[in-house]
Design a protein around this ligand. Sequence first.
Ligand code: N01
Length: 863
Amino acid sequence: MTETGAQDVQPQVDVVVVGAGFAGLYLVHRLRGAGFSVRAFEAADDVGGTWYWNRYPGARCDIPTTDYTFGFDPELEQAWTWSEKYATQPEILRYLQFVADRYDLRRDITFGTRVDGAEWDDAAGLWQVRTSGGETVACRYYVMASGCLSVPKEPDIEGAGRFRGEVYSTGRWPHEGVDFTGKRVAVIGTGSSGIQSIPLIAEHAAQVTVFQRTPNFSIPAHNGPLPAERVERLRADREGYREEAKRSSMGVPGEKTDVMGVTAPEDVRRQRLEAAWEAGELREIYGIFADQGVNPASNEIICEFIREKIRSVVSDPATAEALCPKDYYFGTKRPCLDTKYYETFNLPHVRLVDLRSTPITTITETGIETSGESSEFDAIVYATGFDAMTGALVGVDIAGRGGVPLKEKWADGPSTYLGLMTVGFPNFFSITGPGSPSVLSNMAVSIEQHVDWVTDCLVALRAGGWTTIEPTPTAEQGWDRHVADYAAITLHPTANSWYMGANVPGKPRVFYPYIGGVDRYRAACEEVVERGYLGFRRTGPSGEECVDGVVRRLQPDVALVLEAMGELGLPPLHSLPPEQLREFMAMADADRPPGPEVGGVVDGVLPGPAGDLEYRLFRPSSPGPHPVVLYFHGGGWVIGNHASDEPFCRDLCVRSEAVVVSVNYRHGPEAAHPAAVEDAWAALQWTAAHAIELGGIPDDLVVAGWSAGGNLATVVAQRARDEGGPVLRGQLLLTPVTDAEMATGSYRENAEGYVLTSELMRYFWDHYCDPAQRTDPAASPLRGRLGELPPAIVVTAEFDPLRDEGVAYVEALRAAGVPVEHVAARGHTHTSLTMVGVVLSGAPVRAEIAQRLRALFREPASV
Ligand code: N01
């Protein structure tokens, strides 16, 4: 490590910063204020970053200026007044120049100079940063504040270099501006840059031809004066307003909706859609429905609404249709705010070329050829986008410990801890890096949060006598997984967007930003600090400290459900008498999504030892006969019935193409152990005997159950073995109860906070089974003889008190020679896997269960 060298070689400067946009400027200000020496390098001749380079006509912010602004200094906010809801590029650039002047920032910034490379010197514990000016600067900390959308994508069109007319790129626009008067102009690209610039280019050009590969969703910005309501709120309580932004999901204050697109009445939908259209704000269109980002049907309502609007504006039906996005979900590519974009296509000199039907074949010396036409132009404008999120970071030769290049480490996609740091690159930070909310949020707020976090971190290092900081591999892998888990429950991975790296040929296809929201992200960053820099190793002359661990381990949607339940302020479930607990569960079940469509549902009764037992049968839609799954519901042998796990049963039926028969059984305390076992045993015998009438294949029978139902399933499987039948294909045990002892590690780790608590499990046992009977294998099947049992699929959940007894059952079955498939559901709780349509991250686990179940049915019968 760095200890010895670190004391000998002194840095020339504490921190090197790359970039002088929003992020670089605030970094210089904060670091300097915290007593660090700083040098910033900026390729441009002045401050501004994005707003220095993107000078194309129509360039504006699309977050209202009340929010797209620094919030760290109330006096700065007093001293500057924005002129419009969405400011133009020149005004934003003037603002950043004003900020640079006000805090005298330029004296620490070297302009016209790129950082070409940076090497970590492990012996000295320093970064050696090389610049295009020929300097090498030794620094302790190195921060890339180089922007998420700062490296324009190279034109990747055949013949692009041959064109002899004028060529412009929106991301590198000439400072003196461009006069298109009387010219024939081609614009390639219809993302935000194209959509903002096309109407203004059309004001002067003689002809504008727009080459569109993918149409975008755009809504009118309704630009104008600053929103009065926002200005008033800021005036009345600036601090409260800024704080609300920090605790919002996008970095802009606003209410979250709980209106679901699919279930809302038509008039409510319409009202919300029209209101968002009228507001002309990203925050509003991202928040029309609570489920628009995850539910295709809900999302489609928004897509179709915008398509209707496009059709109502654009006169030529063919052009209108070509402008309507149809092959990706709203929001999975960055939507745009525009000023008269669609109207521009009604002008006689503006034409759309749909590259989907007639792709560009080549650019020639004089124009553009597509498969359908050849046109001549005086100028071509490339609005073709950026190598987003990682382009600027891997564009510099950054070599970490052992000389490993960042580019190499990230060859399969970026890997970061909190989007701030990466393993193997000590003391190296990226502002709004991949794995942070960045481009999905108000950049001004996200930049400030990162700069504050980094500065506070350096202050803490100094105070603690540490000289290096680096994340641990465990922490980084955990964060990468969390970022990917979040993206996986959204519709984003379905789109070819720059969020997915899909716009740059060869770029790894992963979801680059963090979609958990500014609020949740900030909470994670704060928690890391509160827990003593969890996931970081810090070293210094006097040794090292490492608090290893993962900051977010629950599946994101499981965490959201737990959060929502926490907000209800319910009494502990184990404090309710059984009758009340049953009523409460029935109420909760009434509101849940019903589960997928099945081919048919039949209710019936079968004879039990103490009277009829109700069952509900779910039939697949394909022609039968099918294998049969006899299913016992969860509920601690105290609550639930044959219908209480209906969404899960439907899901199981559809995914495994089996008839699922969910049978009720008697519950404690009214009918204590072994009543439930006797009922389950009767149900098994009856189902096996009536397989054909139920639409099943005889002998193609699996017993299944969740939790207490899993306990019953395996108890009757043991009995079937001992009594010579019925013949079973296998047993599916979902987070089963296998032992009454309640003394495992998972009982301690997950005692509270994950719905099924230790107390609640004790309550269930106490209502179900006399303590003297609990060691009986008919109550604690782990204690039974396990040899010669049918193959098992055992599912355990990471945050479940029952996890370890499930694992113990897996091991014991294996030791007894029983084939076992163990599905360990990472980040799940005892109850989350059955929350069909609510906890979306449960779907891949259920798919895996079904796949294994199907495989079981394909195997030759074992008994
Ligand atoms: O870039 P883009 P952008 N042949 O990647 C097309 C922010 N921003 O500069 O979608 C033909 O969105 C490409 O087509 P396709 C904002 O976050 C903000 O416009 O890949 N076409 C697409 O239509 C934004 O999202 C503002 O099929 C080609 C377009 O070019 C981000 O920056 C303003 C092509 C590129 O769109 C990037 O926006 C501007 C090819 N070979 C930007 N290659 C504000 O309002 C690409 N395209 C604040």
